[in-house]
Write a protein that binds this ligand. Structure first.
Ligand code: ASP
Length: 386
């Protein structure tokens, strides 16, 4: 039986698909099958090139690229782009619905003139073609495994993952948690589809490439590079359903603490449920989850991390059997054990419920799943999110 505790705050008294490769830009005219690679050097100019004001180092460090860039950006090295689907790779079907159809090779085509082809190699692999809301933990495992495989290559300097925005924050923290490499990783995507007259994917992809080739980002883990912002994976979340600038960061200007990388174990068989603790939420939400096989529970509380009395009784009982992590439905600020009463954060802390720190439910779930599958003490892992 584990004995987790939520630390009281100071205020508490207070499917793998095809693979294609290219140099500097991309073509896959022969529709090559999975795992086959090719290299081409087309001369066409990019329709979207990175702007000189784009930051490429994590915004939490309050630094940004200062070099002045002409039409061709200064990224150098060998970058692997892993394409997984999402809006960035989507087009409209006959009914007008948006679905992922586009290969990674096509995604990087607009970047052909954006970088110096003598200095930058882009190698593209298609590993999935999914809307990210349809991803399972098995898909997350596929991505983590693919990223780590590329990071281990001596000839690779960084990895970019193109991904749907809906669950990008989950994949980002999962990759970061198992990233045992100094080489940077960036996830990126788009809010407007590939066939939009003004797609945002090319600029986002260019920013991601610059992010993983920026030496200042070495040793800093995984980022979300999106809409001119480079956000550390930990604490990143989708903050707007429709704006192009759709991601925010819950760490303010602080660089998040990253725990030592966990030795990878598949997440796929681990069930962690998220339970929303709305006012009056019944206790059986937790009991049913445990009865269905949940090995860990994330409770999305209110405010600084408080829940109703009935759910609190169940949470306290559950915390004696499985790790229970408390987060909040509020966008910004830490989860803190301040309040008393059955469901107050301070009471839950005393009962062994673990604070998610600054992480919100989607990322807390991934971190808890990682703790469970690797046999890591969940409280230790979450201590880094404070
Ligand atoms: N539903 C899409 C996805 O997550 C949304 C996007 O990519 O922006 O795959």
């Amino acid at each position: 039986m584990h004995t987790p505790t939520l630390r009281r705050s100071a205020r508490a008294g207070l499917a793998l698909a095809a693979s294609a490769c290219l140099l500097a830009s991309c073509q896959n005219p022969d529709n090559r099958p999975a795992e086959e690679t090719s290299a081409t050097t087309p001369e066409a100019s990019a329709s979207h090139s990175p702007t000189s004001s784009e930051p490429t180092t994590a915004e939490a460090t309050e630094t940004s690229a200062t070099e002045s860039e002409g039409p061709r950006a200064t990224a150098e090295g060998h970058v692997v782009v892993l394409s997984t689907g999402g809006t960035i790779a989507s087009t409209h079907d006959k009914t007008g619905a948006v679905v992922p159809t586009v290969t990674g090779s096509k995604l990087v085509e607009p970047l052909s003139g954006a970088f110096d082809k003598d200095k930058l190699t882009l190698e593209v692999k298609d590993i999935a073609k999914l809307d990210s809301s349809a991803m399972t933990l098995d898909d997350t495992d596929t991505i983590i495994t693919a990223v780590n495989k590329e990071l281990q290559r001596d000839d690779v300097d960084g990895v970019v993952v193109t991904h749907g925005t809906d669950s990008m924050e989950e994949t980002a923290i999962a990759v970061d948690t198992f990233q045992d490499s100094e080489k940077p990783v960036a996830l990126t995507g788009a809010m407007r589809p590939f066939d939009d007259p003004d797609p945002d994917g090319p600029d986002n992809l260019a920013l991601a490439v610059k992010t993983v080739t920026d030496p200042a980002n070495e040793g800093r883990g995984t980022f979300i590079a999106f809409a001119d912002r480079v956000i550390p994976a930990r604490g990143a979340f989708k903050s707007d359903t429709s704006k192009a600038d759709g991601f925010a960061n819950n760490n303010g200007k602080k660089q998040p603490q990253r725990p030592k990388a966990l030795k990878y174990e598949p997440l796929g068989n681990t069930r962690v449920d998220i339970i929303a603790a709305y006012p009056g939420a019944p206790a059986d939400l937790i009991q049913r989850s445990l009865d269905s096989g949940a090995e860990g529970i994330v409770i999305e509380g209110m405010g600084a991390g408080n829940i109703g009395d009935e759910l609190a009784q169940a949470a306290q009982a559950a915390a004696k059997k499985v790790p229970v992590v408390l987060t909040t439905r509020v966008d910004h600020g830490p989860v803190e054990g301040i309040y008393g009463g059955a469901g107050g954060g301070a009471t839950l802390a005393d009962a062994g419920v673990i604070s998610s720190g600054t992480l919100r439910a989607p990322q807390a779930r991934m971190l808890l799943a990682a703790a469970i599958t690797t046999g890591t003490d969940a409280e230790d892992l979450f201590a880094h999110a404070e």
